[in-house]
Design a protein around this ligand. Sequence first.
Ligand SMILES: Nc1ncnc2c1ncn2[C@@H]1O[C@H](COP(=O)(O)OP(=O)(O)O)[C@@H](O)[C@H]1O
Ligand SMILES: [Mg+2]
Length: 363
Amino acid sequence: MSITSFSLNNFRNIEAATFSPELINVIYGENGSGKTSFLEAIYFLSHGRSFRTNKHRSVIKDTADYFTLHAKKRSNNLTIPLGLKKDVSGETQVKIQGKTSRRISDLAQVLPVQVITPESYSFFFGGPKERRAFIDLGVFHVEHDFFVHWQNFNKVHKQRNALLKSKPANARAMLDVWDKEFVRLSETITKLRESYIERFKALFFDRLCTELDLLNGLDIEFNWGWKSDESLADILMQYRDRDLMRGYTSKGPHKADLTIKTSLGPVENAFSRGQLKLLLYALKVAQNSLIEQETGKQSILLIDDLPSELSEDTKSKVGQLLAHCDSQIFITTIESDSVSAVLDALDKPTALFHVKHGELITR
Ligand SMILES: Nc1ncnc2c1ncn2[C@@H]1O[C@H](COP(=O)(O)OP(=O)(O)O)[C@@H](O)[C@H]1O
Ligand SMILES: [Mg+2]
């Protein structure tokens, strides 16, 4: 699956641009020329939002009232036109194959897009939310029923917390009822997550790590959000007084996390920045490969500022890793030369685009 043509109008500093991407695409130019904006536009057409801001006004060109994005996507010899228009009032119009679509989430189904930015490394340093989202994104794509169970769990979790906060006289009797549903849904989504992680780890360690010696001694552990050798019903009972005092649920799948360790301790302390970047690529590539293997869906990969902080040797390894997935890839860099090692290792059809003050020049 790939985008064969893409047009933007009045998006950030880009007044108008049209280009025909290859399998691998390098967008290069000075700071502030508009490189990240091109990635942001592709992401916007998939997610209906930016990865940089929640303020739609800042994405629309300062001299305009709306922006438009159009793409042609090809998969299995079928070309699907996609379009999105967003105006200053915040109204969004989505068209898929010429038909107006009311749900923005339809876009992500037709055009799955993932992004890696220099900020993505908070994956290792930040709280568990991002790591949980990483697991859930994978499970969402490969397990049809996951999203519904996950939505239902969130509802029950919210209601349980509301009860813990308001503490009505019959709170304990009501908790007895809510907890049954809480446990049932927790077990369902945790089973799906666990089975996904098992398959993910098999692919990650068998296929990717053999090539990347730096990843030796690495271990990935999935924490359910409660002690997996105890029953969640018992744990909820143990924590009931504490939960009532604090007004929220201490244990459950909303606390799930991934722990990534090396023989030298937690990965965020043991690895250098360059090694962590390589590891992040490996995790994303493994996820893409697994989704593709199980559903046939390929995600487009956007990589902002790829070469920063990477040695030539690590860049080659990134290239070798990326060669593992058949995804269409968009890379930004200031100098096109600084991604040569990546492109050599990738060895796939590549297009170079030079951006100057929001204008695109194909090389
Ligand atoms: N809504 C907007 N209208 C016009 N220009 C904008 C808007 N938002 C950002 N810019 C400008 O767009 C330029 C491109 O930004 P960016 O894509 O981040 O550049 P790069 O990634 O090449 O460093 C910046 O100079 C920024 O000031
Ligand atoms: Mg940028």
